[in-house]
Design a protein around this ligand. Structure first.
Ligand code: TYC
Length: 119
């Protein structure tokens, strides 16, 4: 059944939870604004002794939209340090990137490893 908004309801359109009588102070935490940013995930590329440098550069260009210069730099960082973050994404996108890299490396019989971890 249709109902007109009451004057009280119209005062509650600010996006904040309704304020109640808090004379004993126990609602202070319950009324804290909830921020709901989705968690982000780092995609990591790991070094190995066998995957060709140019293959890694190609992956960074193709799956992570890097320029050749950016891709070469990140590849060298992984080669020297053992690991580097190659991107930060939502859980679903990070999973897709990891799967794409792992599938492509397997297809070409390279032992390249790509993983993800929560930021
Ligand atoms: N270490 C490899 C080589 O010398 C190159 C390489 C770089 C491999 C980055 C994996 O994620 C990697 N051919």
């Amino acid at each position: 059944m249709f109902q007109y908004a009451s004057a009280q309801n119209l005062t509650m359109s600010s996006g904040e939870p309704p304020k109640e009588d808090d004379s004993d102070g126990d609602l202070a935490i319950a009324t804290k604004p909830k921020s709901k940013r989705p968690p982000l995930y780092k995609v990591l590329l790991l070094n190995d002794d066998y995957t060709p440098m140019e293959f890694v550069v190609h992956i960074l260009e193709h799956f992570f939209s890097m320029t050749h210069a950016q891709a070469f730099e990140i590849m060298l960082t992984v080669h020297k340090k053992g690991v580097a973050v190659v991107g930060v994404f939502s859980h679903e996108i990070a999973e897709t990137k990891v799967a794409q890299v792992m599938d492509f490396a397997r297809q070409h019989q390279h032992p390249l490893q790509c993983t993800m971890e929560k930021e």
